[in-house]
Write a new protein. Structure first.
Length: 379
């Protein structure tokens, strides 16, 4: 049980609990963030407000603490073979410094997690979702081949995400302009604010940006320097609340909502990270069978035509019949309307409605992403 106290901006986590704190926790408290228990960590959900922070990332840049994520390392003579066995994407295509979006599946094809894979010399770093760290660790270590060495570096790693169209300028302001030459989904080691870090041009917002991996003891120095250097651009700390609205505008899947152990890459629209021709991997046969049998549902995007906010679990209705369920929904600060994703029965013919508090609101299917002006396309 997590105890909370009521503060000026809402419920704030009682720090006298067993919830873990990141190296930047005191900075969040000092900035009067609203702190919540997120995957066992005391994390800032918002500072000034989700909509304002969302728009800050879209316009200049925002700074996220995402140190709750997990980092696993695979090395040794069989590291690549092990990774090819447990992950859906083709890890053998990675060159040194390249980053890849991938997934891990159970034998039935359902998602264990989605993740990033980094090739760093002769080793591979797997960045996994915070809520899945323990489960992922058990799964990965129980499926490694002999000759593969495993290291859990999660507690030794702090992670700061600088996201927004002016991110390059912020790095330049702190003397880390050399990272501006990084291509999208590439990573390199170097100095940020005088501290050694691994920097990748990646993110979860649809904007240009960088994710900075460093030792926890260096996180405060880097965080403070980025905020100071970015001050002329009004860069500010932003919370996990706007991280969710930003990723949904881009149609990025969230584990536990849009993908889980009951869904496969086939109906989730993630066959592009599922390389069936690379050879055998865990879950491959079930995914092939799923596709051969024909999909009954698929993940879609929709916009409400009127006022309203769709949420996870709301029914999708067509011709007075429930034909799907909303997996993620929100008010889009960029588009100023309700948007969402959900699983819809294949072959649904006709308009759809979203059932919200016993009301049915008209909606239209749209192609993802919802927001098409993100600077990430120009990175």
């Amino acid at each position: 049980m997590v105890a909370c106290v009521f503060g000026r901006k809402g419920y704030v986590l009682n720090v006298e609990t067993s919830v873990a704190k990141t190296a930047l926790y005191d900075r969040h408290v000092a900035a009067d963030a609203r702190i919540v228990d997120f995957a066992g960590y005391a994390m800032p959900i918002q500072y000034r407000g989700i909509v304002d922070e969302h728009r800050r990332v879209r316009s200049t840049a925002g700074l996220f603490d995402v140190s709750h994520m997990g980092e696993f390392f695979l090395s040794g003579s069989s590291a690549l073979e092990s990774l090819e066995r447990i992950a859906t994407n083709r890890a053998s295509a990675l060159v040194d410094g390249r980053v890849q979006y991938s997934a891990m599946c159970y034998e039935n094809g359902g998602f264990i997690d989605d993740l990033l894979v980094y090739r760093l010399g002769d080793s591979y770093m797997l960045v996994v979702n915070a809520a899945n760290k323990a489960k992922d660790l058990d799964w990965v270590t129980s499926h490694l081949l002999p000759g593969t060495e495993f290291r859990d570096a999660s507690d030794e790693t702090a992670l700061i995400a600088l996201q927004g169209p002016r991110s390059e300028d912020v790095l330049e302001a702190v003397g880390a302009g050399s990272f501006a030459s990084l291509g999208y989904y590439y990573a390199a080691r170097g100095d940020v604010a005088g501290r050694t870090a691994l920097v990748s041009r990646t993110g979860y917002t649809g904007e240009d940006g960088f994710e900075i991996y460093c030792e926890p003891g260096d996180a405060l120095t880097i965080w403070d320097a980025l905020l100071e250097g970015g001050a002329p651009l009004h860069v500010e700390p932003v919370g996990l609340g706007c991280r969710d609205t930003l990723r949904l505008e881009m149609g990025y899947a969230l584990y536990g909502n849009d993908i889980d152990d009951t869904r496969t890459p086939a109906e989730a629209g993630l066959m592009w990270i599922t390389k069936l021709k690379k050879g055998d991997f865990i879950g491959r046969d079930a995914i092939v069978e799923k596709r051969a049998a024909g999909l009954t549902e698929r993940l879609i995007g929709f916009e409400l035509e009127g006022r309203g906010v769709p949420r996870h679990g709301h029914a999708i209705v067509s011709a007075d019949e429930t034909v799907g369920v909303v997996t993620s929904g929100t008010f889009s600060p960029s588009l100023e309307r309700g948007i969402g994703m959900g699983y819809l029965a294949v072959g649904t013919d006709g308009p759809i409605e979203i059932e919200i508090r016993s009301r049915r609101l008209k909606a239209k299917l749209v192609d993802l992403p919802f927001y098409k002006e993100g600077s990430v396309r120009r990175a």
